[in-house]
Design a protein around this ligand. Structure first.
Ligand code: OAD
Length: 236
C-alpha cells in the first residue's frame, strides 16, 4: 500500500486523466491539431503572429471540453477528497473543468482554465465559454478595447500560484501523479522536489513517463482502472 488515509496527499494530474473522457492528450497519437504541435499554438509568439489561429485552437478545445463528461478517475479523486478534507490538494496541468464537474473542491489549475479569458491590458480573468473562430469575431475588452486572450499559461509564461503549489508540496506526505508525460516543467520537477523532502511518490498511467526513474512506485494502467483501485484500497 503506497499510502493511507492518514497521509497528506498532493495529486498532480495531466492530460491522461481526461483521455478516457474523449479529450486528446498532447503528445500521444492524435496529439496534433490541424498539423500544429501544441508548442506552435500555445505561445505568446503565436498569439502575436496569429491571434485568430490561437483562438480557433482554444475554441475547439472549449467545444470538446463542453461535450466531455468526467470519468471515474476524476470521480475517484473527488471521493477521496471527501475523506481527506484539507489533507488533500489537487494541482492539475489540465485546462478543462472535468475535476470540478466530478465534484473536486480543492483544484488548482496551474496552466490556467479554458473557460476564462482576460484582456491583455487589464489582465483580470472573467468567465467565458464563447467560441471565436473568425478574424472578425475576435473579442475585445469592453473597458479598454484591447484584445482579449485565453486565460491559459502558454509556453514561456509562469504557471499560476507556484508559491501555493510549493507550500502544499512541502507539507505533503505523498505525491500522486496521474497521466502526464513528465516532459513539461515545472510540473515534471515536482517528483524531484518530493524526493529531496522524503515524500513518497507514485505514478499512475499506461506507460512510464519521461521522469519515471524518480518515482518510488509506478502503477501501469489507464487512470480509469488503476486510480479507483488504488484509492479504494485506501478506504477499505
Ligand atoms: P501529454 O500529452 O504530454 O501526456 C499525456 C500522458 O497521459 C502520457 O504520459 C500518456 O501515457 C498518459 N495517458 C494516456 N492515456 C491515459 C489514460 N487513459 N490514463 C492515464 N494516463 C494516460 O500531457 P501532459 O503531460 O498533461 O501545457 O502535458 C503537459 C503540458 O503540456 C500540458 O498541460 C500542456 C501541454 O503542452 C500547456 O499548454 C502549457
Amino acid at each position: 500500500m503506497p499510502f493511507t488515509l492518514h497521509d497528506r496527499l498532493f495529486v498532480l494530474t495531466g492530460a491522461g486523466i481526461s483521455a478516457e473522457s474523449g479529450l486528446a492528450t498532447f503528445r500521444g497519437s492524435g496529439g496534433l491539431w490541424n498539423g500544429y504541435r501544441v508548442e506552435e499554438v500555445a505561445t505568446p509568439e503565436a498569439w502575436l503572429a496569429d491571434p485568430e489561429l490561437v483562438w480557433r485552437f482554444y475554441s475547439m478545445r472549449r467545444r470538446d471540453a463542453l461535450a466531455a463528461q468526467p470519468n471515474i478517475a476524476h470521480i475517484a479523486l473527488a471521493e477521496i477528497e471527501q475523506q481527506l478534507g484539507n489533507r488533500f490538494y489537487l494541482c492539475t496541468q489540465n485546462v478543462d473543468d472535468l475535476h470540478e464537474r466530478a465534484g473536486s473542491q480543492r483544484v488548482h489549475h496551474m496552466h490556467g482554465t479554458l473557460f476564462e479569458s482576460r484582456c491583455v491590458h487589464c489582465n483580470v480573468p472573467f468567465p467565458d465559454k464563447a467560441l471565436y473562430t473568425a478574424a472578425t469575431d475576435l473579442p475585445l475588452c469592453l473597458q479598454c478595447n484591447a484584445p482579449v486572450r485565453p486565460h491559459i499559461v502558454w509556453f514561456g509564461e509562469i504557471p499560476l500560484d507556484m508559491e501555493g503549489i510549493y507550500r502544499e508540496l512541502d507539507r505533503a506526505t505523498v505525491l500522486l501523479v496521474v497521466g502526464t508525460s513528465g516532459s513539461v516543467y515545472p510540473a515534471a520537477g515536482f517528483v524531484h522536489i518530493a524526493n529531496q523532502r522524503g515524500i513518497r511518490t507514485v505514478y499512475v498511467g499506461p506507460e512510464e513517463p519521461l521522469n519515471a526513474e524518480a518515482f518510488d512506485e509506478t502503477v501501469l494502467g489507464s487512470a480509469i482502472v488503476a486510480l479507483p483501485t488504488l484509492l479504494k484500497s485506501l478506504s477499505s
